[in-house]
Write a new protein. Sequence first.
Length: 137
Amino acid sequence: STVCWVNVGDSRLYTLKNKQLAQVTRDQTMANALVDSGHLSEEEAATHPRRNTLQYCLGVERRDRPFLAQTGMIDWTADDKVLLCSDGLSDMVKDDVIEDCLNTTSGIETVSRLVKMALSNGGRDNITLVVLENVRS
């Protein structure tokens, strides 16, 4: 099976395949644009004052700059998981902790644990997430 996706802004799409977490999307922020152009390192972008300034977002279109959505397809096999989340999760919980949670929990327990971790780490933004699990029948 295949999962088709479209993403805009700084919400993230991750996959968990063979127990390994991978970030599929790239945040469409000014800081990442500076990284892409060679003006900043990844480390500098993490603390840059414009790290949360979006280049593209739904509902805001300009004639001088076309709207660019990220799109793709994911091969969807047994035991794979997909996580779509807002920066309220990805900024508050490190990827290795998210990976561990996805590997050790399932269902509503996964969502509950990730939200609790984001809140306990400061919860500075809205925390929105969806986890899809390809469960073997």
